[in-house]
Design a protein around this ligand. Structure first.
Ligand code: C2E
Ligand code: MG
Ligand code: MG
Length: 403
């Protein structure tokens, strides 16, 4: 690599490189984890030296950050990205959202959202085509400053992603307050092929956490089929990694977009690589097929939580509430001759006493009134377990019609 980045003259070199277009935006596509379709891309800076050699960001980004010049590069990259997207729209090509990296040094800029909008509007682009990536390490700047920064960009109609999540020490608690929309999981969390149980647990928990906060997830640095298989079962939304594509120049990316959606690596036996969460989900799907009504009740505390209520009866029931009220409601839907049996079988005091005597399962068949006014036999079974995190006795109810 013949490019010598002279620290003294870095500012001048950068200006020259920008002017001569020796710094280029390379695009690395992001793929939908399930359909393998291209859903977006990330713009990554490449400095082309006099011999046409490509200098990677690791060699110049830290220096530009040191000098505060990185913000100049970022604005240039955003501009290049907009130019590329505009040309794509003008030629009628399929276009996807492109994310641009913004250094943490931008957090001190005022009205960042308005400035980004001004640039993007100059190209007449819909704001949904631009996403701003901000590294997890930037979150360390200062809570309120980062939140205001992200809010300003979001208010201007752009998506914001937290990049390199898991590479630093940011607290999950803080992430919940940052109004970002995308969490990019760092490649350092994918060491190996996700074989280690502990590594899998960490990933499963991060994806669960992100999805419960309504964040879209992208896994970065995915290189192997095993990693891909496991990430799919964690519900990871998008994949960015060498398994699909490396960052590429504008021409190659345009050509790829022409045929978007055709890239499909060999399918993988998902059972071998899936997360425990997804295995449990499969199991639940099967249980719900046979038992449309599943209820978890805390007999000790007289409460219940209904997990599936798949048109078992149209009489609406709340999904959580007081157990004795649920039993009362259940009894009212039974044939008058069966009501007493139903109420007695699921009497809280009686069940708790039976549990103490060693009873672990209890089944009753009653006639229940359907929506069409016809009574059908319903079988209701309670399995009794101790709550692992407290001493409470729980009843897991599986219920189904048997004719
Ligand atoms: P990043 O934003 O996290 O970008 C992802 C990096 O991971 C890219 O490295 C990409 O080439 C690499 N990568 C993607 N998939 C794989 C994979 O499967 N395996 C491996 N080993 N690597 C993969 P790149 O292009 O070298 O960029 C490094 C970093 O430099 C970027 O990390 C970003 O933080 C920074 N950077 C690049 N361009 C810009 C820019 O325009 N502005 C700012 N502020 N930072 C930039
Ligand atoms: Mg990035
Ligand atoms: Mg990253």
């Amino acid at each position: 690599m013949s490019l010598q980045i002279d620290r003294e003259n870095i500012a001048k070199l950068l200006e020259q490189a920008i002017e001569k277009k020796n710094i280029k935006a390379y695009y690395q596509p992001k793929y939908d984890a399930i359909t393998n379709r291209i859903t977006g891309a990330e713009a990554l800076a490449r400095w082309i030296d006099e011999d046409g050699g490509i200098v990677s960001p690791a060699q110049f980004i830290p220096l530009l950050e040191e000098n505060g010049l990185i913000t100049r590069l970022d604005w240039y990259m955003l501009d290049e990205t907009c130019r590329f997207l505009r040309a794509g729209l003008d030629s009628g090509r399929h276009t996807v959202t492109v994310s641009v990296n913004f250094s943490r040094l931008h957090t001190s800029e005022k009205e960042i959202g308005r400035k980004i909008a001004q640039l993007v509007d100059g190209y007449g682009l819909p704001h949904r085509l631009i996403e701003i990536e901000i590294t997890e390490s930037a979150l360390a700047v200062s809570g309120d400053i980062v939140i205001d920064f992200v809010r300003s960009i979001r208010d201007a109609g752009f998506e914001v992603s937290i990049d390199d999540f898991g590479s630093g020490l940011s607290s999950l608690n803080f992430i919940k307050d940052v109004p970002a929309t995308v969490l990019k999981i760092d490649k350092s969390l994918l060491s190996g092929n996700c074989e280690s149980e502990k590594e899998r647990i960490v990933l499963e928990s991060i994806f669960d956490f992100a999805h419960r906060l309504n964040l879209t997830t992208v896994a970065e640095g995915v290189e192997t089929k095993e990693q891909l298989g496991f990430l799919r079962t964690c519900g990871c939304k998008s994949i960015q990694g060498f398994i699909f594509a490396k960052p590429m120049n504008e021409e190659d990316f345009s050509a790829l977009l022409e045929h978007a959606g055709v890239n499909d690596p060999d399918s993988e036996d998902i059972l071998l690589t899936q997360s425990a969460v997804s295995a449990t989900q499969l199991l639940l799907d099967v249980i719900f097929k046979r038992f449309p009504l599943v209820i978890m009740s805390n007999l000790t505390r007289n409460s219940f939580y209904m997990m599936a209520y798949d048109n078992f009866t149209s009489k609406s029931c709340p999904s959580t509430g007081v157990y004795t009220e649920l039993i009362q409601h259940g009894a009212s839907t039974m044939h008058p001759e069966d009501r007493q049996l139903f109420s007695d079988t699921f009497d809280i005091g009686d069940q708790l006493a039976a549990y103490e005597r060693g009873e672990r399962v209890r089944t009753v068949v009653t006639r229940q009134l359907g929506d069409d006014g016809v009574y059908r036999k319903a079988e209701t079974t309670n399995y009794y377990v101790k709550n692992p995190s407290a001493d409470d006795v729980l009843a897991i109810t599986l219920s189904r019609n048997i004719d």
